[in-house]
Design a protein around this ligand. Structure first.
Ligand code: PEP
Length: 251
């Protein structure tokens, strides 16, 4: 059975005070025997300090983005290997905000995915359709395009060390959540795509759902057979709410 992963994407939120309160709250309420893996993804400048605060707790740390490049004259960029040195185990790639606001293409996302793995870290590949695409019945097409862009470059074997997060763009930060059935249908599609190339990897890969998950709707979503955890934005900024989501996850 796959161990669930609940990942908190703090986005561009936080301060030294707020972070230490948030991590303090997580450490107070976190039960390592709960069984699911818990991950926090703070903004870059706070990674080293958050790593120090988390030290030995069992709560993992990831980053929200990284460069396609390993090193060099790329002012303002951060290499995946640098994230590894701060204590990150995971890096989110292809979040819809990166795709939509910062113009990241499928090919950029695929290169980031590869860069993360080259640094011995695990990518969390985000995919998802916009409302217009869903309304135009293009959800399958979009998901297939986004997943295939990475499969074509990295190969299916790379997915033995990766997580995929389905995040319908219309559900992120909007308060609108996909129904458990809508989310399950896309998760089954993604698992099927992987299974068509490698059954074993399809059985072990963790597929997260993201989009306005909160304690009140987490249990129903996380009970679906192909939903192995969540990528949580807003609700990950409140320790109690985030821990209640974690408690709803399958071990
Ligand atoms: C996210 O940031 O990936 C996300 C899903 O945000 P929210 O939970 O706030 O919708």
């Amino acid at each position: 059975m796959r161990t669930s992963l609940i990942a908190g994407n703090w986005k561009m939120h936080g301060s030294r005070d707020a972070n230490s309160r948030l991590i303090g709250g997580l450490l107070d309420g976190y039960d390592v025997r709960g069984g699911c893996d818990i991950l926090v993804c703070p903004p870059f400048p706070y990674l080293a300090e958050v790593a120090r605060l988390l030290n030995g707790s069992g709560i993992l740390m990831g980053a929200q983005n990284c460069s396609t490049e390993e090193s060099g004259a790329y002012t303002g960029e951060v290499a995946a290997s640098m994230l590894g040195e701060t204590g990150c185990k995971y890096v989110i790639v292809g979040h819809s905000e990166r795709r939509e606001i910062f113009g990241e293409t499928d090919s950029t996302v695929a290169r980031k995915f590869v860069a993360v793995q080259q640094a011995q870290l695990e990518p969390i590949l985000c995919v998802g359709e916009t409302l217009a695409q869903r309304d135009a019945d293009e959800t399958r097409l979009v998901i297939e395009r986004q997943v295939n862009a990475v499969l074509d470059v990295a190969g299916v074997a790379a997915f033995a060390r990766a997580v995929i997060a389905y995040e319908p763009v219309w559900a992120i930060g909007t308060g609108k959540t996909a129904s458990p059935e809508q989310a399950q249908a896309v998760h089954a599609l993604i698992r099927g795509m992987i299974a068509a190339k490698d059954d074993k990897i399809a059985g072990s890969i963790r597929l997260l759902y993201g989009g306005s998950v909160k304690a009140a709707n987490a249990a129903q979503l996380l009970a679906m057979p192909d939903i192995d955890g969540g990528l949580i934005g807003g609700a990950s900024l409140q320790a109690e709410e985030f821990l209640r989501i974690c408690a709803a996850a399958k071990a």
